[in-house]
Design a protein around this ligand. Structure first.
Ligand SMILES: [Zn+2]
Length: 289
């Protein structure tokens, strides 16, 4: 599942090939991965009852746009055009944006849902086998759509974390997974950061003292930066824009290691469920009070 480091790795790999390019044409092979203005916010694939999709013009997906920059907040990526239009990409479970120098293959690879042809002769494809990802058109820009997201985890400041933690009694891990609390901490990095900071995942967030929120903010930034430096974690299907897998998964201290010895104290790590997610921690190294 792509998390922040994978999306940031993707952003950095796409930036040099997309910025300054003009979109020559947009081809949508599957309308239901797109959310246009007027569509239900979760997109067509989340709807149980039949509904009529809103009109979708190529302009809504950056046709004829000059791509000015790629922005990321949490796990969302925005392609931003010079004229103010944006497209937000959510990779979901298995989504990928692939840059290719073969813009007109006889057949697109399986699960290709959108193809942007670029004036320079290359193309960008949105590919998503399981279709939990989506592409959201934001013709007036994406600032409004990102207003509900918390501060980006990669640049999270200790004071921001402290203020937010003091306002909720939820388990600190549940709070970290809430994208409106802080954007971009997924299950892997929540467990890794809490271990690095020596904080039990079930601690009510408002019981963290200043020293702990300082350590946690620092740990969150560090585990995310380390993962980015290694090209992200390839757990299942994640690839960067050129199709290369990441290598961070071999560095995990706790994630996926329930029952294995803690790398710090050798106590077998505890596996449990918290906030509906598999959670691994060390009952000795991570303080519950
Ligand atoms: Zn330990």
């Amino acid at each position: 599942v792509p998390e922040l480091p994978e999306v940031e790795t993707l952003r950095r790999s796409l930036e040099p090939v997309l910025v300054g390019q003009t979109v020559d044409s947009v081809r949508v092979l599957r309308r239901d991965v797109v959310v246009a203005p007027g569509d239900p916010p979760g997109g067509a694939s989340r709807q149980r009852a039949p509904f009529t999709p809103a009109p979708l013009t190529p302009e809504l997906l950056l046709d004829r746009a000059a791509i000015e920059r790629l922005e990321r907040r949490g796990k969302q990526l925005a392609l931003v055009a010079a004229d103010g239009r944006s497209v937000i990409v959510h990779l979901g479970m298995t989504g990928a944006l692939l840059h290719t120098h073969e813009p007109r293959p006889r057949r697109h690879p399986p699960h290709t849902h959108i193809v942007w042809r670029l004036a320079g002769g290359s193309a960008l494809r949105f590919v998503d086998p399981r279709r939990f990802g989506l592409v959201r058109a934001a013709p007036d820009g994406h600032a409004n759509l990102w207003r509900s997201l918390g501060p980006d985890a990669l640049s999270l400041r200790a004071t921001e974390l402290r203020t937010r933690a003091a306002r909720t009694r939820r388990a600190v891990k549940a709070a970290l997974l809430d994208q409106s609390f802080v954007a971009g901490v997924g299950n892997i990095y929540a467990d890794e950061a809490l271990f690095a900071a020596g904080i039990h995942p079930a601690r009510p967030a408002d019981t963290l003292v200043r020293e702990e929120t300082n350590r946690l903010a620092c740990a969150i930034r560090r585990v995310l930066r380390d993962a980015i430096a290694r090209g992200g974690s390839t757990i299942r299907d994640y690839r960067d824009a050129s199709g290369a897998p990441g290598s961070y998964q071999s560095r995990h201290q706790v994630y996926g290691r329930a029952g294995d010895p803690c790398r710090r104290c050798r106590t077998p790590l505890t596996g449990t469920r918290l906030a509906q997610r598999a959670t691994v921690f060390c009952s000795v190294c991570q303080r519950s009070t």
